[in-house]
Design a binder for this molecule. Structure first.
Ligand code: NFS
Length: 661
């Protein structure tokens, strides 16, 4: 029998194998034991009332199956899907609300723990919102921005979310035509929940349109607000070096890990760990200092701005603890496996929940408060230091790591194509038009123990860049690439197709641009809008040679993201079995009908080879429709293509690519 691979990442796999020897259970074992319910998996289980749960199965289920109330399969599948979108939207957007409240507190002088770091970005955002900024005190501008963005959460009596007008005009017109411009974030989530109650909305197309409206509230609302305010408070990212994988943990330092999604406390931690008293305290306990690392999206936030290293994405959280090297792990919200509390008892690791919204049995709770951020951060850091002497030899102690270049904000991508005063998207558009770059793929979403985790990301990353497709990545997609050593300019030299390689070398960028956390998928919307405005390609987001892929998704947040890309005009391909697969009608609406109306679509495809083919087909079809030069593989091959690896390494040594910073 072929040996099962749990993770495609060699370091992760080593730890899983170690855990098996030690008889310690992980998500990989649980995924083995817990097969998905085949009825729920494909969207055919209705449990919105207590006459059921009803299972709409059988040979002609689409035509004949009915729930007790008479609900058809297409209604049930669409309703389930809409609830996933609403849940995903609420997660990103509640995080964004916290950021907006913090900005307001800073502007009002109610907290001195945070400040406005990036005034340029503040003015840029003021510009988006038509807020006067010239000659005004920074805090006044910030207050107006926060107030206006907070309105986006609960605007009553109709209207449109502020950032809808950041989309290209044609894209916005499509949304208006189909009635899916969000009024406000909370409103759309509430309406989604209302419509999916027993006996309300039964038309699958109508339900799914509300799904798109809710998702747009997420993308052009919650996610975009979160990205903008985080940049204002902590700085807009520029390329930065970091490291990834378990080797970021240090044997001789206190290892403190921030895991979850919210950047507020992690940002303060970055400062606190270097305070002289803290360093002295760590030394008094036998450590050389305090080493901060991250996991999941909190990691992405502090990696993008401070080069804090990441231990990886979702499926690495248990494995990180099993290195035996983490002295304390703080968790805020989202994508935190409750399993880690029990697991930590087998090691010396202390788990600390910090959000008022999220507690966990078996973990300590030290609640974060933005008004006392530094004091709380110090308390946690000291706790980690106090735990350092309890470290034992127990653990896998696997320590491999890779260099990473992150920090590609959309502002930086614009800047790198022409400098501060002439920044534009012209070179990128030109490279696509000429066929040097075949298209752009957003490679995002979770990693998943149901497949060799991270393996679908790395397969697609390698194949896409080989095919001259530029990749923008976020979330655990970035972590998967980072922990495999893919987020470096050398990746372009060794693996990119000749056209893409030439562009990467000319600008000095990796072929996979790490854009940040999952909320920073909003940066991709901004980039796509800028490309439309630049001219030469499509004049809306729809029709661009661009595709979104989340090959290992598992979270409802990923579904919300996929839908906001589809509604914005980007065809989206997700891995795994379809959560609406039971209904051909719902599947047809999400592919054919959405493509007709919005030029976006939502596919589910478990086979990575087919994902790749479908993505390239979308890209090539878009190129053809735009009457761009036909993409020819190898057309832009220069003599460097003929160089062997040894010659390339020599070249690298003598001429390290310019990184633009
Ligand atoms: Ni995104 Fe970030 Fe990762 Fe998936 Fe979870 S951490 S918000 S949901 S698992 S990519």
């Amino acid at each position: 029998m072929e040996k099962k691979v749990h993770s495609a990442n060699p370091s992760s796999e080593k730890i899983v194998l170690w855990s098996e020897e030690q008889k310690i259970e992980t998500c990989f074992d649980r995924a083995e034991k817990m097969k998905p319910c085949p009825i729920g998996e494909e969207g055919a289980c209705c449990k919105v009332c207590h006459m059921g749960p009803c299972r709409l199965v059988g040979k002609n289920a689409e035509e004949e199956a009915r729930g007790v109330c008479g609900a058809q399969l297409s209604t049930v599948a669409a309703r389930n899907f809409l609830r996933m979108i609403a849940a995903g939207t609420s997660a990103h957007s509640d995080h964004a609300r916290g950021m907006a409240y913090t900005l307001l507190a800073v502007a009002n002088g109610e907290t001195h723990e945070f400040k406005i770091t990036d005034v340029r970005k503040l003015y840029r955002v003021a510009g988006y919102l038509n807020i006067e900024f010239e000659g005004r005190p920074v805090n006044d501008v910030a207050r107006d921005i926060a107030t206006k963005l907070i309105e986006d959460f609960g605007r009553q009596m109709g209207g449109e979310i502020n950032y809808a007008t950041r989309a290209p005009k044609k894209t916005l017109e499509r949304w208006r035509k189909w009635g899916i411009v969000p009024r406000s974030i909370d409103r759309e989530v509430v309406e989604a929940m209302h419509r999916t109650n027993i006996g309300v909305d039964h038309d699958p197309d109508h339900l799914l349109l509300q799904g798109l409206r809710t998702a747009l509230a997420d993308g052009w609302g919650g996610c975009m607000i979160s990205t903008d305010i985080t940049d204002i408070l902590f700085g807009t990212p520029t390329p930065i070096k970091a490291e990834a994988s378990f080797g970021i943990f240090k044997e001789d330092e206190v290892n403190l890990v921030v895991h979850g999604h919210e950047p507020l406390m992690a940002e303060i931690m970055v400062d606190v760990i270097n305070e002289p008293e803290i360093v002295a305290y760590a030394k008094s306990k036998g450590a050389k200092g305090v080493n901060l690392g991250g996991m999941c999206c909190t990691a992405n936030e502090v990696l993008m701005r401070h080069g804090i290293p990441t231990a990886g994405g979702f499926t690495n959280q248990e494995l990180g603890i099993m290195t035996g090297l983490i002295d304390a792990l703080t968790v805020d919200v989202q994508c935190i496996m409750p399993a880690i509390a029990e697991l930590s008892k087998k090691f010396h690791t202390k788990i600390i929940t910090t959000s008022e919204k999220a507690k966990m049995q078996g973990a300590m709770h030290i609640q974060f408060d933005e008004h006392r951020a530094r004091e709380i951060a110090r308390e946690i850091v000291k706790l980690a230091i106090d735990n350092f002497p309890n470290r034992t030899t127990k653990g896998s102690h696997i320590t491999e790591k890779f260099p990473v270049i992150g920090g590609f904000s959309h502002e930086y991508i614009e800047y790198m194509q022409g400098g501060r005063w002439r920044g534009s998207f012209r070179p990128l558009n030109d490279a696509i038009m000429a066929g040097r770059i075949r298209g752009v793929v957003g490679l995002a979403g979770c990693d998943n123990p149901r497949v060799p985790s991270t393996g679908l990301h790395t397969f697609l990353a390698t194949e896409l860049i080989r095919n001259d497709v530029l990749i923008v990545s976020t979330g655990c997609g970035s972590a998967a690439c980072g922990t495999s050593g893919y987020l470096t300019p050398e990746m372009a030299l060794e693996n990119a197709g000749p056209g893409l390689r030439e562009v990467c070398e000319a600008i000095g960028i990796p072929p996979i641009l790490h854009l940040g956390a999952c909320v920073d998928n909003s940066r991709i919307l901004t980039i796509a809008s800028a490309m439309a405005a630049e001219g030469g390609l499509s004049d809306e987001i729809g029709g661009m040679p661009a595709v979104g892929i989340a090959p290992e998704w598992m979270s409802e947040k990923a579904i919300a993201i996929g839908c906001y890309f589809a509604a914005s005009g980007v065809p989206v391909i997700f891995g795994g079995n379809s959560p609406v697969g039971a209904s051909q009608e719902v599947t047809r609406i999400m592919t054919d009908v959405w493509f007709e109306r919005f030029k976006g679509a939502f596919h589910f495809e478990p086979d990575p080879e087919k994902m790749l083919d479908l993505a390239l087909k979308y890209i090539d079809t878009a190129r053809e429709a735009l009457k761009l030069k036909k993409y020819e593989p190898g057309k832009f091959a220069t003599e460097k293509v003929l160089m062997d690896m040894a010659a390339r390494r020599e070249l690298e040594k003598s001429a390290k690519p310019h990184l633009g910073f």
